[in-house]
Design a binder for this molecule. Structure first.
Ligand code: FUB
Length: 467
């Protein structure tokens, strides 16, 4: 049972909270985007993504094009250009998979993953192409008219070629130019490869090497990304499946690579994870994709951004993908007159329990304008560390944490009217819209539900929202 009615009332610390209309993440909200890469040019950031166009019914990736967005501040993004997969005439199907662009001497090279349409089965399968442009937004043109990396240049793992399936070990390029001007291309799925690039950036220079990562507790899946900080080279990648993002370090851009740790754990509702690292105006950013947009999922992903730092010893702490992102801060929602009891989620249920610093993110909430926008003072309560998940009412009085499926029914059941606190004018209660007897409340056991509130129990439906 909850220790209710404690004497300490921290209303003074409570702010009259302002509902923000949107969360910071995902950063692109009007379409599904995946597999981010980014570069800085002339004081602006350019974000290169795949455009996820799968419908909820599609059982696989559908990407007909890549998109380029730009921003001055990492928060406001403007769509600048697109590159259709059909620019690579040797490609087929909607397979505009992961890609990365880089600048060299004022020219831009964009390395892309495309399924190769070669009639020779040995050469068919995913390949890596390269497009060229004189500006970061293009127009980009296929620089070679054929893949830079083709299936018959590598030996895929056995399981990739069984049953006539095309091999997909040649996907997910990442490109990096070292201080001495030498460029490197890493890529792979299951097998991780690298090769040097010639100065012209459109030819491999020498052999393709297969890379091992020492001490890795899982298996390399895909999505390599190479970056440098100080004298340390970082190779990050998707590990296992569903994917986590992990990293390895080395003193050179070609290894040997030693496993460093986990950067991002498995995300809800997307089996893939794909990351980019970017330094902009002295700060470092971790750009990745989640399934957080309404109706998001495995093939309907959306790009999100978090700030991070490299530790003095060279390590990178595990990060949390948040709803707040760069632009907002989450709230704590305390139960009125109950010292130290806050709303949290646990196993996708909402409960009120005592503060636990080790699980602090589960206690953080993002309050946005009601998903159902006709409700006066409408508010929806989104989890900070499960972006896209909201407190959702059931008709029978239950409350659970559920993913926004994009439907109107969901929007309605996840919207409350923010009203003056039933126990204190300075606190807040959350009313079921249009139902003056029906409030979000906490039961004796700490479970969250909604229903009728007795006069003596009003404090159970009164909350203190604060930072
Ligand atoms: O978007 C298609 C594929 O999913 C990418 O190439 C992989 O990295 C994974 O994110």
């Amino acid at each position: 049972m909850l220790p209710l009615k404690y004497p300490v009332l921290s209303l003074l610390a409570a702010l009259c909270f302002a509902v923000s209309s949107q969360a910071g993440n995902p950063v692109i909200k009007d379409r599904f985007t995946a597999d981010p890469a980014a570069l800085v040019h002339d004081g602006k950031v350019y974000l290169y993504v795949g455009h996820d166009e799968a419908t909820p019914e599609d059982g696989f990736f559908v990407l007909n094009e890549w998109l380029i967005f730009s921003s001055d501040n990492m928060i406001d993004w403007e769509l600048k250009a697109s590159l259709p997969r059909s620019e690579f005439e040797w490609g087929r199907r909607p397979t505009a998979w992961a890609a990365q662009a880089i600048e060299r001497d004022g020219k831009f090279f964009w390395y892309v993953t495309v399924l190769n349409d070669d009639p020779d089965p040995a050469k068919a399968g995913f390949g890596i192409g390269v497009a060229f442009a004189n500006s970061p937004t293009g127009p980009f043109k296929d620089a070679l008219g054929e893949p830079l990396v083709r299936s018959d240049m590598t030996t895929p793992p056995e399981f990739m070629i069984e049953g006539g399936r095309p091999s997909w070990d040649n996907i997910d390029p990442t490109v990096f130019i070292d201080d001495d001007g030498q460029a490197y291309l890493y890529w792979g799925n299951t097998h991780l490869y690298y090769s040097k690039l010639k100065d012209n950036m459109i030819e491999l220079d020498g052999e393709i090497h297969q890379v091992e990562i020492e001490g890795m507790p899982g298996t390399f899946t895909e999505a390599p990304w190479l970056h440098q900080h100080g004298n340390t080279y970082y190779l990050s990648f998707a590990m296992d499946y569903p994917e986590k993002i992990a990293y390895a370090t080395s003193d050179t851009p070609v290894g040997p690579w030693s496993y460093g740790g986990l950067i991002l754990d498995v995300l809800p509702d997307t089996g893939t994870s794909h990351q980019a690292f970017l330094e902009f105006e002295g700060e470092w950013y971790f750009i990745h994709h989640t399934a957080a947009l309404p109706g998001g999922g495995n093939y309907r992903r959306s790009v999100a951004i978090e700030r991070f730092e490299h530790n003095p010893d060279g390590s990178i702490d595990q990060l949390v993908s948040t709803a707040s992102g760069l632009a907002f801060e989450p709230y704590l929602i305390g139960l009125f007159d109950s010292d130290g009891n806050f709303l949290r989620h646990q196993d996708r249920q909402a409960v009120v329990s005592s503060w636990d610093a080790g699980e602090a993110y589960d206690f953080k909430w993002h309050l946005v304008d009601g998903l159902e926008d006709s409700v006066e003072d409408g508010v929806s309560i989104q989890s900070e560390n499960m972006p896209g998940f909201y407190l959702l009412r059931s008709e029978r009085g239950g409350i659970r944490l559920a993913k926004h499926d994009g439907s109107e029914d969901f929007a309605e059941a996840a919207t409350f009217a923010k009203v003056r606190g039933l126990s204190s004018r300075e606190a807040t209660s959350f009313m079921v819209p249009g139902e003056r007897q029906n409030y979000l409340l906490v039961t004796e056991t700490g479970a969250l539900m909604h229903g009728r509130v007795m006069r003596a129990d009003r404090y159970r439906a009164t909350f203190v929202v604060r930072r």
